[in-house]
Ligand binder design. Structure first.
Ligand code: AMP
Ligand code: MG
Length: 326
């Protein structure tokens, strides 16, 4: 099967919706990362998603709907705090875990009686889901050994020949996954920190429980990833580490914010932008780039606690570095 990258005009979105309705898979942009979609109520189509992604069947998929009123179709009930979160953060990078409605098959939820649901904040995604007339599963459009794709070309690199179409929506806005909140517990439990920060959640509904994420990384870049703690003198420490690696005959690249670029002199650097949103947005792409350019080591700058998205970035960097903090 030839994999075509399509311009996301109405005709192509209709073509992809038709494809989904026929039980096939389509990749499309969301504001977090590119998704590999299948109709969530079609168990056979959903099974193909697990096969193509090489995803273990015990890892449930997130279901996306196109509008707030469609959430009711995939869940049994919506507790008050869940409704507040829906009103405040949807569409957006928030996923809620709620009691699953009977139309969602076991394969989607790995047999759990809960379902994870979100509304992507992306016009192409919303149009596609609305036109397909059903909820759509939206795991990231990469194989299990690769980082989440933030460009259509990443999807093509990973899934070429395995899916018919990729709708091209340019670069994903946020570049990290959605925040997942189990809204069936009191207080609600943050299962994964992502595009909506824990601070934002607390502001909306008060207390939340946080559960430590599993630290086993899904994707290990070929390069060794080191992640610096954040403190005064961080850049000096990173320079010293870099110089040691280079002295030992290996190559390294530093991932940093624009503002600290100058601290690294003529060492190899990838700048990720001016703030932590940009850092989150560009992190996965930079790791792919480092692998593409065959660096032996990647040293990622630490992030200041309590800033916007700091939690989510630290969680990801800890996973990617396998806990190696310098
Ligand atoms: P990914 O598609 O890789 O972003 O992963 C989806 C995430 O959603 C995984 O961490 C799943 O464990 C989580 N998830 C999906 N469905 C459920 C559910 N019903 N209950 C709890 N977590 C879920
Ligand atoms: Mg993923």
């Amino acid at each position: 099967m030839e994999t075509k990258i399509l311009k996301p005009d109405d005709l192509n979105i209709m073509l992809c919706a038709k494809r989904l309705k026929e039980g096939e898979l389509v990749a499309f942009p969301t504001e977090t990362v590119y998704a590999l979609g299948a109709i969530a109520t079609d168990a056979d189509a959903v099974k193909k998603v697990f096969e193509v992604k090489k995803r273990p069947l015990d890892k449930p998929l997130i279901v996306a709907v196109a509008s707030k009123s469609d959430i009711q179709k995939v869940v049994k009930s919506i507790p008050d705090k869940a409704q507040v979160l829906i009103d405040k953060f949807m569409p957006g990078a928030l996923t809620l875990v709620l009691d699953r409605a009977d139309i969602i098959p076991d394969v989607v939820t790995a047999g759990s009686d809960s379902v994870a649901v979100r509304i992507p904040d992306n016009e192409v995604a919303k149009k596609l889901i609305a036109l397909s007339g059903a909820p759509v599963v939206v795991p990231s459009a990469n194989t299990a050994d690769k980082p989440s794709p933030t460009l259509s070309s990443h999807v093509k690199d990973d899934l070429d020949g395995q899916i018919g179409y990729i709708l091209d929506g340019g670069a994903s806005d946020i570049g990290i996954e959605s925040t997942i909140v189990d809204a069936r517990t009191e207080p609600p439990t943050v299962l994964r920190a992502g595009g909506v920060s824990v601070e934002q959640l607390k502001k909306a509904i008060g207390e939340v429980k946080t559960k430590r994420e599993e630290t086993k990384p899904k994707y290990m870049p070929n390069a060794e990833v080191m992640f610096s703690a954040y403190y005064d003198g961080m850049t000096d420490n990173i320079c010293a580490r870099y110089d040691n690696i280079v002295k030992s005959g290996k190559t390294a690249v530093i991932i940093c914010l624009d503002s600290s670029r100058a601290s690294y002199g003529n060492r190899k650097v990838y700048t990720v932008g001016s703030n932590y949103r940009d850092y989150a947005h560009n992190l996965f792409a930079m790791l792919r780039k480092a692998d593409g350019e065959h660096y032996d080591a990647v040293i990622a700058e630490g992030v200041k606690p309590d800033e916007d998205l700091a939690d989510s970035l630290v969680a990801r960097l800890i996973k990617l570095s396998g806990g190696i903090i310098i």
